[in-house]
Design a protein around this ligand. Structure first.
Ligand code: ATP
Length: 441
């Protein structure tokens, strides 16, 4: 059977991954819990999210499949959600879905569609409620749900069930370590202690199989991206391509005492949120796209250090693109783009602007400048011979009528460029994960 949970946390504290880690430990009383709970990230542009729009799933092979035992498990999980969810927060609307084996085959495909939609598109609560109504009537003793407050969490809870039932997507892993409960706190709790040197060692030992542990782009000193700053229970998280890699990295880390830890199977770092847009006119707010265009205006740096420029597609549509201040050194590349450069862009479309996550420079335009010509005899730069009188070489006495056009060397080259690790969206695929073919295609 599987459980999908979402929307238990708030900005003040808690984290649904913690609840999943706790349930994965405590539900061992009911059956064999699969090694990796699922941590799927859904549409990153959804305004209801607290932080990273995560939904959590746990799969269990039950010891006792009787209806009584199923109900006992549901009640156990419900009590834990009630105990841990931050129900006082207006944005916290928990939902949980329980699907038992009898319904697996029939629900696999529709739940896969639901999962894909929740990652790329906007889903209404009514859609989740209608899905559950029909599934619960078709499988009366095999599908159950609980919801609190407006029940928006049911969207994520159903979506993660789709991910668990269709495990053929590009998967990555994250090791999450949690603080002792006495160290959490709505007032911040004691400052997290995770030794940066040990994180650098973890990174050096396991990269490129792990990524985004440290941000080396920060000017002053390496910044530990994997250590959050808020009130939630997470102490640090290591992301990687395999569970072995993240566990190996985690072993290097020196930190305060950990209450529990867990490796999650995730869709982080996979670009699952990107929709291919042939034309910019296809772009809708709250969606994320992969598209292509030609730079039509040079980037302007506006107040706050954000960079804005425009591109045009093959159909004549214009698109505003933004590289915000937190994207770091990425903006230095953006500032070097000139009209005529052909680029591929990835990002979320919001306020009529594509918020860039990465770009690929496909072709660089040629830029020329007019300079005094060189002397045809000695090759040295000529001087102006006076207004409208061309150019002359003092030494050889040669005369040239007009200025020469020379190619300005470009400071950037074709290829992919991405935002700094600290600005990366959970779903965005880091270039470190690209195969050689992907890097050149
Ligand atoms: P954290 O990352 O700390 O776990 P969060 O950012 O995951 O927090 P939630 O508290 O889970 O935020 O809130 C996100 C809400 O948006 C949930 O109720 C979820 O069901 C809902 N949601 C997720 N994806 C979509 C979608 N595509 N369309 C509409 N609602 C969605």
């Amino acid at each position: 059977m599987l459980i999908g949970i979402d929307d238990t946390d708030s900005n003040e504290g808690m984290c649904t991954t913690y609840l999943a880690a706790l349930l994965a430990d405590e539900l061992k009383a009911f059956g064999t819990v699969s090694d990796f709970p699922y941590l799927v990230r859904l549409n990153p542009s959804i305004p209801y999210k607290t932080r990273g729009n995560a939904a959590l799933g746990i799969e269990i092979s039950l010891f006792d499949e009787s209806l009584e035992s199923k109900k006992e498990l549901i009640s156990f999980a419900t009590n834990k959600i009630e105990e841990y969810a931050d129900l006082s927060c207006e944005k916290t609307n928990p939902g949980a879905v329980f699907i038992f084996d009898e319904a697996y085959v029939s629900l696999r495909r529709p739940l896969n569609d639901f999962f894909k939609k929740a990652v790329t598109d906007v889903v209404e609560i009514e859609e989740a409620a209608a899905f559950l109504k029909s599934a619960e009537s078709d499988f009366s003793n095999s599908v159950f749900h609980i919801s609190m407050k407006n029940g928006r969490g049911l969207i994520g809870a159903l979506a993660v069930c789709g991910a668990v039932l269709n495990p053929d997507w590009d998967a990555t892993y994250e090791y999450l370590a949690y603080r002792l409960p006495k160290n959490w706190g709505s007032n911040g709790g004691p400052k997290r202690f995770v030794e940066t040197e040990s994180l650098i060692l973890a990174d050096k030992t396991t990269a490129p199989e792990t990524w985004d542990t440290i941000d080396y782009d920060k000017k002053s000193k390496p910044f530990p991206v994997c250590v959050p700053g808020g009130n939630d229970p997470v102490l640090f998280g290591i992301r990687g391509d395999s569970s072995d890699a993240v566990l190996k990295a985690a072993k290097c880390v020196v930190s305060e005492e950990i209450e529990r830890s867990r490796v999650f199977k995730t869709n982080q770092g996979t670009d699952a949120h990107l929709i291919l847009a042939e034309s910019f006119s296809d772009m809708l707010p709250l969606h994320s796209y992969l598209s292509k265009g030609t730079v039509s205006s040079k980037s302007e740096t506006i107040e706050g250090g954000h960079d804005i420029f425009q591109i045009q597609d093959d159909y004549g549509n214009f698109l505003k693109c933004a590289a915000f201040e937190p994207t770091g050194d990425f903006r230095h590349i953006i500032r070097e783009l000139i009209p005529g450069d052909e680029i591929r862009v990835c990002g979320s479309f919001k306020n009529e602007t594509l918020n860039l996550e990465k770009i690929k420079i496909l072709k660089l335009a040629e830029e020329f400048e007019s300079v005094n010509p060189n002397c045809p005899i000695c090759g040295k730069k000529t001087e102006s011979a006076g207004v409208g009188q061309g150019f002359r070489c003092k030494k050889c006495k040669t005369k040239t009528e007009s200025k020469a056009e020379v190619l300005i060397p470009r400071k950037i080259s074709v290829g992919w460029y991405e935002v700094s690790p600290s600005a990366r969206r959970h779903l965005s695929k880091p270039l470190i994960r690209y195969s050689k073919d992907e890097l050149i295609s």
